[in-house]
Write a protein that binds this ligand. Sequence first.
Ligand code: PMP
Length: 361
Amino acid sequence: MARVHNFNAGPAGLPLPALERAQRELLDFEGTGMSIMEHSHRGKAFEAVHNEAISLLRQLLGLSDDYHVLFMQGGAAMQFAVVPMNLLPPGRSADYILTGGWSEKALEEAKRVGTVRVAGSTAVDKRYTRIPHQGELSLDPNAAYVHMTTNNTLFGTQWHWLPDTGDVPLVADMSSDILWRKMDISRFALVYAGAQKNIGPSGITVVLARKDLVDSARKDIPVIFRYATYAANNSLYNTPPTFAIYLMRNVLAYTLEIGGLEEVERRNRKKGELLYETIDAHPDVFRAPVEKESRSFMNVVFRLASEEMEKRFVAEAAKEGMVGLAGHRSTGGIRVSIYNAVPVASVERLTAFMRDFAKRG
Ligand code: PMP
């Protein structure tokens, strides 16, 4: 079996043991004579998997009982609309901090629902190369919430501190760095993340929501979009994506097995350091546009001297079994996504290739 070194930005590589478990269990899930996909979402077999996924998330994050764990569909992009539908009542305004293309999209969608303000932006000529400082933010103390994107998948920047929003609830799109290390969720009122980068396949969106916020959310929106509906029905109001939840369960169980988020962080820091060291060691060949304090440990972006060189870099790496290295179509360049499931060995292989590429010129 030839598995590649997968640096895809999402959907991304999954831990091999989580996939192998799915393979073993595919045709006959725990002696039930059918796959988990063929079970009713209201049956015991699936419900156990569903509840295990929820409790694994709680355990890995050390999440308090003040929070609901909700499973929704429609991706993080649907949350761009669902967040303001629930949390932005008429007569109030919400603050958005812009740090990349995804926060821009979140803002644009919220504008269709209610009144929004830009509370800070680090855009220069439509590009983002850093995270703002607290002093640069102009936060409205009466805002319904402040929205931020903790990791900017396209531009390769990541928040390494959290803004002080006072009593205003902090809402975060954590799609591309949820569970990348131990994190204190109590700093957030609501977190959402599409699973397809760090915690599972596409098709499932995890929402961690403070209970009081869900209780006080708007009730004048369709039932299917209310966080309260998911909370009241253990995310089983309608048929959930059962296989995606099952596979996420496998990924989370494996994450716990290898030592939880402490071990995950150790590996992720090692991978990021290896890559940035290699980039910085060859400034004549590789150029990292992101300010050092804002560098992402999930998406490492860099440029070469020309687009032609970048194409050659991607093509030669692919020949050696390293895939997913072309930057997003809107930004160009090289992007190495090193989510939780990417082994340190894959990054060692890539940095050896980079050193060799730099030597050859
Ligand atoms: N937010 C961020 C930070 C993302 O990286 C992405 C997807 N790459 C999205 C939102 C959109 O997610 P989805 O495709 O799951 O709607």
